[in-house]
Design a protein around this ligand. Structure first.
Ligand code: SF4
Length: 378
């Protein structure tokens, strides 16, 4: 049973929910948990997946949301999440789907490999289940066995759906904790990571681990933002060292980033009899592996060659250029139009699509940018 509580001021619409103990001496773990959970219960966002979980207690709704939120902001994933649940209402429906169906449904979100893995994960769960029931993973370790589920997702899933005290450490939580403990090191520094992992294990509320994790993430998203955190409305202000020392601009320091790698590539728009060639990118491709799009040629010392293959394509008619980023790669892309059947022999698995259907079949923003340029010339 809790012995202290925060003064939750619901009349003000938002905090501060002041913790009674300042950050001196032993860290006030109980107060920290109480302040966080009271704030979360009062102000949490009513996201669709939270409402669905409250109503149905079906891990599927949380799992899909967690996969979609990887590398994607909430505003971008929301409409896709609704569309996805309409098309695939159950884990069985994902297991029965084709990769193409799945990718069309999540078009525009990027990082398509996560959805191919979601499908494999769904198949694994369905195969391990008895007839007419779903046996969901029951703890962190079991979630970790599901394809596409790493440390973060396993912690989120097991804390929310299994009530296991597995702390999540995403970028938002790392920032909040680094400020609470005034860690003035780059957020991706290994020693800070180890320190914060130990702290998060000690802090997580064993009775409400899912709410605790979601509360930490939401404070990072809405209050403890990278620039100018709103400490005056933060429920954790009285236990936060960086806030009391006015060092929030130092804790954590910016990540040490990998140097940008410049890449030159050609996006080949192959046209034949009014149709456009699209191509399934194989596992050997450097970029956009597992997606369908226009054949890409990468600039190498000896000239341009098809990404993932040794083949070369004829030089086409240049239509325009654009810039694009994929992870640390800074891409300069040239869109080229190739005519005739000569090119297709070098592109394994090419299929021909009506011009009006091309954009519906593209999965990446790089392909969509190229098609916007090419479309004006066709
Ligand atoms: S008090 Fe300020 S710096 Fe500390 S966790 Fe809250 S918002 Fe972040």
């Amino acid at each position: 049973m809790r012995t202290r509580s925060c003064s939750v001021d619901l009349e003000r619409g938002q905090g501060p929910l002041t913790c009674p103990t300042p950050p001196t001496g032993e860290f006030p773990v109980e107060e920290f948990r109480t302040c966080l959970l009271e704030w979360y219960n009062a102000y949490k966002k009513r996201h669709l997946w939270r409402l669905l979980w409250a109503e149905h207690r079906n891990p599927y709704h949380i799992w899909v949301s967690e996969i979609m939120l990887q590398q994607t902001v909430i505003a971008a994933m929301l409409p896709v999440y609704e569309r996805f649940l309409e098309r695939f209402p159950t884990v069985q429906s994902v297991a029965d789907s084709t990769e193409d169906e799945l990718k069309k449904t999540v078009k525009g979100l990027g990082y398509y490999r996560r959805f191919a893995l979601l499908r494999k994960g769904a198949q694994k769960i369905v195969e391990a289940s008895p007839p007419l029931a779903v046996r969901w993973p029951r703890n962190y370790e079991e979630w970790l066995q599901i394809p596409g589920v790493g440390d973060y997702t396993a912690a989120a899933m097991s804390s929310i759906t299994c009530n296991e005290a597995a702390p999540v450490l995403d970028g938002n939580v790392i920032r909040v904790l680094a400020r609470i403990f005034d860690q003035r090191m780059p957020a991706n520094d290994r020693s800070v990571g180890t320190f914060l992992k130990l702290k998060s294990r000690a802090l997580i509320d064993p009775f409400h681990p899912g709410d605790f994790n979601q509360g930490m993430m939401e404070i990072g998203q809405t209050i403890c933002r990278p620039l100018q955190p709103s400490c005056h409305v933060c429920p954790l202000q009285n236990v936060c060292l960086a806030s009391s020392r006015e060092s929030t601009h130092l804790a954590p320091l910016p990540k040490v980033r990998k140097a940008a790698v410049p890449v030159k590539l050609r996006v080949n728009i192959i046209e034949q009899a009014g149709l456009i060639g699209l191509f399934p990118r194989g596992q050997g491709a450097k970029f956009l592996r597992g997606t369908q799009g226009f054949p890409l040629s990468l600039r190498k010392t000896e000239g341009y060659s098809l990404d993932g293959y040794e083949a070369r394509l004829a030089e086409g008619k240049p239509l325009g250029t654009f810039r694009h980023h994929i992870t640390q790669h800074k891409i300069e892309a040239e869109v080229c139009l190739l005519n005739g059947s000569g090119s297709q022999a070098n592109v394994p698995g090419i299929r021909w699509v009506e011009k009006s259907q091309v954009s519906d079949n593209l999965m990446s923003s790089l392909d969509l940018k190229a098609w916007r340029i090419a479309h004006d010339h066709l």
